[in-house]
Design a binder for this molecule. Structure first.
Ligand code: FDA
Length: 298
């Protein structure tokens, strides 16, 4: 469904779909996202912002997205929010022109650096893994403050991590949200969780040595607590990594983890291009489909 053009054009216009998506995003405008971010402040929870959109078809649109993010960074600074941005490279033109994408990303990384923050790059489907890593290496050569997402379900990820570690990267480790074939990805929950844990544990020592900024991008609290136990038993504080979760998912746990001394950051998505993204959220948890259907039937 995420790839179906006919549905993509029609479904987002239906009121029930707009109601259902509100569970995962505070609204379609940057102002909605910024206001939602303010609510995390008292709990000491930082935020990441993503304007939804991917696979843009012309470079003018990619430049408009870049300009939008520059404006958002100014707003983050004006409001003194602990906020960073996380962007898909295909939203900055990766399908069209690598040099233009580099220029767009580079200007955003520079802006984020002036504010003392990291510019994060999302990881998209497997067709983009190599181009995204290559672009990351190119950006990292010029900007210290660039972060990248790695997906534990890909069989290649341990090698990719090995390749990136000498760069002293910022890495957000996620399980992976795309429908990938078994030839390149683990498909069973048990295998994905084991891969996640092993990758995360291997990143603890460089995180402790401040040679890596580590973000655990998962709502799997049991897994986070197992990784924290590894850290504690090595005498490492749990503040040597960060927990990153999506807005609207396990909100109570986000608050509890922050109260328990974890560093927590919530990723707030906004914008009108939410169709494919929303379907990935539904696919992660069948109960969400029931929730969406309840919106349909009132
Ligand atoms: P898992 O799916 O095992 O869920 C653990 C528990 O969390 C579930 O039992 C449920 O309680 C809750 N939960 C998880 N997903 C839920 C949902 N949709 N609705 C309600 N409850 C849910 N992926 C990617 O490929 N590229 C990327 O760049 C990113 N970026 C990213 C950033 C951040 C901050 C996060 C948290 C996640 C991503 N992801 C991502 C998505 C990621 O790959 C993965 O699909 C989701 O996080 C779901 O997997 P979990 O790790 O939460 O575990």
């Amino acid at each position: 469904m995420a790839r179906n053009r006919w549905l993509k054009e029609r479904l987002p216009r239906l009121p029930f779909a707009r109601r259902a998506v509100r569970r995962f995003m505070p609204g379609e405008t940057a102002r909605d996202a910024l206001e939602a971010a303010e609510q995390f402040r008292p709990a000491g929870i930082g935020v990441l912002f993503t304007q939804l959109g991917e696979n843009l078809a012309d470079l003018g649109a990619a430049e408009a997205v870049t300009a939008h993010y520059h404006g958002l960074l100014d707003e983050i600074q004006a409001r003194a929010l602990d906020g960073e941005i996380s962007v898909k490279l295909t939203q900055l033109g990766l399908d069209l022109d690598a040099d233009a994408t580099f220029a767009n990303a580079s200007s955003l990384a520079e802006h984020a650096a002036r504010m003392g923050g990291v510019f994060w790059i999302d990881m998209e489907g497997s067709a983009y893994t190599e181009p995204t890593l290559a672009m990351y290496e190119r950006l990292k050569a010029e900007h210290a403050n660039v972060g990248i997402c790695l997906q534990a379900y890909l069989r290649r990820t341990p090698a990719d991590l090995h390749r990136l570690l000498p760069l002293e990267p910022a890495i957000r480790l996620v399980k992976g949200a795309y429908d990938e074939p078994v030839s390149i990805a683990f498909r069973s929950r048990v295998e994905v969780n084991a891969a996640y844990q092993s990758l995360a544990v291997s990143m603890l020592p460089p995180a402790a040595a401040r040679k890596l900024r580590l973000g655990l991008g998962t709502h799997d609290v049991a897994l986070i607590e197992r990784i924290a136990e590894f850290a504690r038993s090595a005498g490492q504080p749990i503040t040597s990594f960060e927990v990153q979760m999506l807005y609207g998912i396990r909100s109570g746990e986000q608050l509890r983890l922050a109260r328990d001394g974890y560093r927590v950051r919530a990723l707030i998505s906004y914008g009108d291009a939410w169709y494919a993204w929303y379907l990935r959220r539904l696919a992660e948890r069948p109960a969400n489909v029931a929730f969406a259907l309840r919106q349909l039937f009132g």
